[in-house]
Design a protein around this ligand. Sequence first.
Ligand SMILES: [Zn+2]
Length: 377
Amino acid sequence: MARNGHLVVHGDQAVARHFPERHPLKPGRPDAAIAHLVRAGIVGDGAIPVVAPSRASDADLRRVHAPAYLDVAQRLSLPGRDPRNLLVDPREATAFGFSPDGDNPPYLDMVEVGRHACGGVIDAARHVLGGGGIAFVPAAGANHHAKRARASGFGILNDAAVAIASLRAEGVRVAYVDLDVHHGDGVEEAFAADPSVLTISIHESTRYLFPGPPGGLHDCIGSGPGTGFAVNVPLAPWSDDTEWLGAFETIIPPLLEAFRPDVTVVQCGTDGYHADPLAHLLVGERAYVTAAARLRDLTGGRLVAIGGGGYDVAATARIWAAMFATFVGAKVPDEWTTGEPAQVPDGRTMARVAAENGINVAAVRRLVFPHHGLGLT
Ligand SMILES: [Zn+2]
């Protein structure tokens, strides 16, 4: 296929290969997605190129993260026998969210890997803003829980937030759409008071899933001048394609059309997939493709796609490949969207799911739409 200016930003520098093997976040997912795209002739020689990510600077990281946190993360990234590691008191590491057996175990080169994921998203955004076409950074996105001074939910350096902050410093208006099954709390927190950044997270309700309430519920809509510009769409466990796409369609298109961003960052977490081991939604491959097509059309192609969660490794690679193919207007091979169908619960359960979602989605509209000049009829 013709290049049309689209781009994949990826390289070993941005892959957390030294993550402990027992950890659910598997480092091979971006390469596996790209391999699908290469086999289909969508990416590679004569097609869409893969370019290596840049390394984000200290100034880039400090727009989002506290210097004391970056210092501890850097010292924890050194080889285990490096005497400088002794400078990190275990209690200090724990206070910043790191622990050897928890969600955020320190690993070799942790900060270097994170710097390249951040740099990759910044590169991708500049490419898109320059009119270059759509860009995909599959190694970024899973850091969406990382906070200003705390590692969280497998996230160390919040690549999406760092890139958005870099764009904001240049006056760019940014929308962030987080499709991950978990609430995109770290990105939301970084811009909760900023009306020039619209964050929308559609996820399994934090009443049932990490990172837990009170964040991520329907009435969390930003603060101060940013009120109405942080949007959360919490869904009940067992929400299927109909429920997920119904909520997506009710909330996301009107807000993107009203907000008119210069660029939209889409976090493509696939852990809403029905066979994902860490969550309880029942989303299938084709629903992700439908959402990708809508986001491509709604953004006019001014879109940066990043990876995210996804703990069914084979499904994640197929869905990312299918979404990127859709973003760039390529045909999606049937075998990428024909996995095992979801096991759907009984009718009574699904009626309860639909009722809970209906109440929450209506409440989101009622609370958020007036901030964007949108009517409720
Ligand atoms: Zn997730």
